[in-house]
Design a protein around this ligand. Structure first.
Ligand code: ADP
Length: 152
């Protein structure tokens, strides 16, 4: 049987407990999950430096060989095809996520016909976690470790 590989694409700036929850639940039905951080080395506009984010995510899943972390700077659909990933994994928090994800998934299917996007509804405990709010709060010195699977 062919291995069910899912790509979990995002900016993950930073990777949160909400993201971790999507990966852990995804592992119930995928053989491998590749966390793919969209990153352009020419636009150094991340809050958490890319090398640090990769290390922290890898440490969070260090006991599970089914999870890998990569960076990419190309169309998500092209990356999925190249990596033999027939699935994209995405989380849905609310209707705003839905509106956007709906359009993106239609485009991805147009770009790579066999690609299926699988959506997981966020667990209630994590629905309010938002990377951009965490960045903002952390920038002003507040402790945000409660929302992350590691210490920032
Ligand atoms: P993007 O820039 O692609 O939106 P993010 O890193 O913000 O990247 O999110 C990556 C994926 O994780 C998206 O599918 C997003 O909906 C989902 N996600 C973001 N925050 C949460 C959360 N708190 N719980 C579950 N899923 C989430």
């Amino acid at each position: 049987m062919t291995k069910k590989i899912a790509l979990f694409p995002g900016s993950f700036d930073p990777f949160t407990k909400g993201h971790e929850d999507i990966v852990l639940r995804g592992l119930k039905f995928f053989d491998e999950i590749v966390i793919a951080i969209g990153y352009n080395s020419k636009k150094q506009n991340r809050y958490v430096p890319i090398e640090k984010m990769i290390r922290l995510i890898e440490e969070s899943f260090s006991t599970d060989p089914r999870v890998r972390v990569i960076t990419y700077n190309e169309l998500t659909a092209s990356l999925a095809k190249r990596m033999n990933a027939a699935y994209l994994l995405r989380g849905l928090r609310n209707t705003t996520d839905f509106e956007f994800e709906n359009s993106v998934s239609q485009m991805n299917r147009y770009l790579y016909k066999e690609l299926e996007t699988v959506f997981l509804i966020t667990s209630p405990a994590y629905a309010g976690i938002n990377s951009s709010i965490i960045r903002e709060v952390h920038k002003y010195g507040a402790n945000v470790n409660e929302f992350l699977p590691y210490e920032l």
